[in-house]
Write a protein of this length. Structure first.
Length: 468
């Protein structure tokens, strides 16, 4: 990310790029290709070696195993060890990418995200013509696992930043912490940090015929107890080496750390990769104490549920009656053919080429309240939708070449009424183009708010017809 990188826009790769390597646990050589994707695509994995070349979305709800990395599974397709490539994509500001693989596991390479960062730089990152919808965590969210002594918290923040703390009761590692204040630091400070494990974990994995693709160059092995010559010989044979040594500090084969706290930094890398499975870009300060893949994924699910529950409050238009309107009612009448009592938009307060926000003040004097739930008046849902349609008509007509146009309904989809609208309410009518206007057909998403509460939503299709 350079100084001109716009974090409020979506990004993808400029070109496809490939890398090959061995899967850590399967030992299978895998070719992986990162491909550009359209705005809104997110991260998706495609198993091109399987019949039908199935796609697996990067989604925490699809995680089926976290014992040796993070594994996603959808239908008959499975992909393992996804966290390092996802961390690299997030760290490099890539929002949309198709990840093609011809095997069941992402290549481990050197156990860090650095090789993936390098190929992303080689491909190039390009800005897309679509806004990036950040989701803000407005309250403290916490997750605890008493058994594993893990605590994870998301605090409100204006940026996405992460702090990790590890304490494995190890004289070699001690207590370590790492922090990332800005994703712009990921490439230099976090990306190069390799995965690590303890010698006793390594021996257990070897006994179970796992880490078939393991090598002493793709992980930091912490030697947490004395090792005799016989064990050293057995490890050397397992890794196809003539000799393996233990450095005095307690790392296998005289390994040089890239940072004094490289293990804590790699845990931070894993947190970023696993939280990419939320499916929404977030602004929060994540504090993770003794994190692991299983707790990362459970925390991702909790954040995802919070966002889904509160998603309707994002980008709720703010109505300030002190500000002059973009269109007054008199100006609206010059564009729309509707008149009292069927003109259901009082003024327009926002207007761009892609969205519009209108206002309708609901009063007891409206003609329809005489017969619609007398004594307990409720704004008819069909008229709320009509108010949205009139607001959307102004948006579409404004985008057309000079001339007079009318808009006619073609279709209403996904219409939901969530809250009552009653006399005294001020309806905030928001319409957004879902796709560019083609051949006079406009497809829009509409929302009716009262305050910050979503009352009604629908997808509307209309046709623009030029008046003779």
């Amino acid at each position: 990310m350079n100084a001109s990188f716009n974090a409020d826009k979506q990004h993808t790769l400029q070109s496809a790029v490939s890398i090959s390597g061995t899967g850590l646990h399967t030992g299978i050589n895998v070719d992986m290709t990162l491909k550009p994707a359209n705005a809104g695509f997110g991260y998706q994995f495609q198993r091109i070696d399987l019949p039908g070349q199935p796609i697996i979305k990067a989604d925490c709800d699809l995680v089926t195993d976290t014992s040796r990395g993070t594994t996603l599974e959808q239908g008959a397709a499975k992909i393992s060890t996804v966290e390092h490539i996802l961390a690299a994509l997030v760290g490099m500001g890539v929002d949309n990418c198709l990840i093609e693989v011809n095997g069941p596991e992402i290549p481990i390479i050197d156990g860090s995200s650095e090789p993936f960062v390098q190929i992303i730089e080689e491909a190039g990152v390009v800005e897309q013509d679509a806004a990036k919808a950040w989701y803000t965590i407005d309250t403290n969210l916490s997750y605890y696992d008493d058994k594993k002594r893990v605590e994870m918290t998301a605090l409100p923040s204006t940026e996405y930043k992460v702090t990790t703390l590890i304490d494995f009761n190890s004289p070699v590692l001690g207590t370590q912490h790492a922090g990332l204040k800005s994703m712009k630091e990921f490439k230099a400070e976090i990306g190069p940090c390799r995965t690590f494990c303890f010698l006793h974990e390594l021996e257990a994995l070897l006994q179970h015929n796992l880490i078939k693709g393991g090598d002493i160059n793709n992980a930091i092995v912490v030697v947490d107890r004395p090792v005799n010559d016989e064990e050293m010989a057995r490890l050397a044979k397992a890794f196809g080496r003539q000799k393996i040594e233990v450095k005095s500090e307690g790392y296998l084969n005289n390994l040089e750390l890239r940072f004094p706290n490289e293990p804590a930094r790699h845990k931070l890398l894993d947190v970023i990769g696993d939280l990419a499975l939320i499916g929404y870009p977030i602004k929060a300060h994540i504090i993770a104490n003794r994190p692991g893949h299983s707790t990362n994924v459970e925390f991702a699910k909790k954040i995802k549920q919070y966002i889904k529950k509160n998603k309707h409050t994002k980008d709720v238009p703010v109505y300030d009656p002190n500000q002059p309107p973009v269109y007054t009612q008199q100006q609206i009448e010059k564009t729309l053919p509707h008149r009292y009592p069927f003109l259901l938009v009082d003024k327009i307060i926002e207007l761009t080429d892609k969205h519009i926000v209108g206002i309708k003040n609901v009063t007891f004097n409206e003609f329809f309240f005489q017969g619609h739930f007398p004594g307990n008046p409720v704004m008819p849902g069909v008229l709320q939708v009509e108010a949205l349609a009139q607001t959307g008509g102004l948006l579409c007509i404004n985008a057309m070449p000079e001339g007079q146009y009318d808009t006619y309904f073609l279709k209403i989809d996904n219409c939901k009424f969530k809250q009552k609208v009653v006399p005294g309410d001020t309806m905030i009518l928001k319409m957004e183009l879902i796709e560019p206007i083609r051949r006079g057909i406009c497809v829009m998403r509409g929302s009716v708010f009262v305050g910050n509460k979503l009352c009604t939503e629908a997808d509307l299709s209309a046709q623009l017809v030029k008046r003779p």
